[in-house]
Ligand binder design. Structure first.
Ligand code: LAC
Ligand code: NI
Length: 194
């Protein structure tokens, strides 16, 4: 489940309801959908889209999305650094950025400018997390340390996804720190010690 970090306030949220409510307050839709069981890690795009077809239809009808695809990125992806360099600087899109995470981890920084309140919120996502960053919301994205993620993407119009960069350089002020693996590690240890 997603973890929120508000670096300027030294605040971390990881309780599902709190994370969802906080993000709703800055106009970001966040939900956790239990991943489909028994879907192999190496399932093809078609297998993934078939396994999730009911949920994809539900999302499409909610948000007017017309197409869905699967993006798979890992350290063996050709041109990975160049690809990441397009995402890890502040940008916005003319359409919603909708991602359902199938595996791996990633870190979205959202630069919220709601009601004249300027705030940067880091949202670390993992398998089962659905996030919708509405059109025109400023954001940037990094992978976590294991440099891999697989996600279903939904589009209203593929051309709308072109990033528009702000060139603000605000992204450089925030270290892309992921908390998850450490947290999961300590949880696992805690259970193992029982
Ligand atoms: C994108 C992300 C990752 O634009 O922000 O696809
Ligand atoms: Ni984006």
């Amino acid at each position: 489940m997603a973890i929120i970090n508000i670096p300027d306030e030294n605040q971390i949220l990881q309780d599902y309801d709190k994370v969802r409510d906080f993000l709703a307050g800055i106009n970001i839709v966040y939900e956790y959908w239990e991943p489909v069981a028994d879907l192999p890690q190496d399932a093809s795009t078609e297998e993934v889209l078939t396994a999730y077809s009911k949920r994809i239809s539900e999302l499409k009808s909610r948000g007017g999305y017309v197409t869905a695809d699967v993006i798979t990125v890992n350290k063996n992806t050709p041109g990975l650094d160049a690809m990441l360099a397009k995402f890890n600087i502040e940008h916005r899109h003319d359409e919603d950025e909708v991602r359902y995470i199938l595996s791996g981890r990633g870190l979205f920084h959202i630069h919220s400018q709601q009601q004249q309140r300027d705030q940067v919120v880091a949202v670390e996502v993992e398998a089962g997390d659905l996030i919708c960053i509405p059109r025109n919301t400023l954001h940037w994205f990094d992978l976590c340390g294991d440099r891999k993620i697989r996600a279903i993407r939904l589009f209203q119009d593929v051309s709308g996804w072109t990033p528009h960069y702000t060139h603000s350089a605000i992204d450089r002020k925030y270290e892309p720190v992921c908390w998850g693996p450490r947290y999961i590690q300590s949880q696992t240890t805690a259970i193992a010690e029982k």
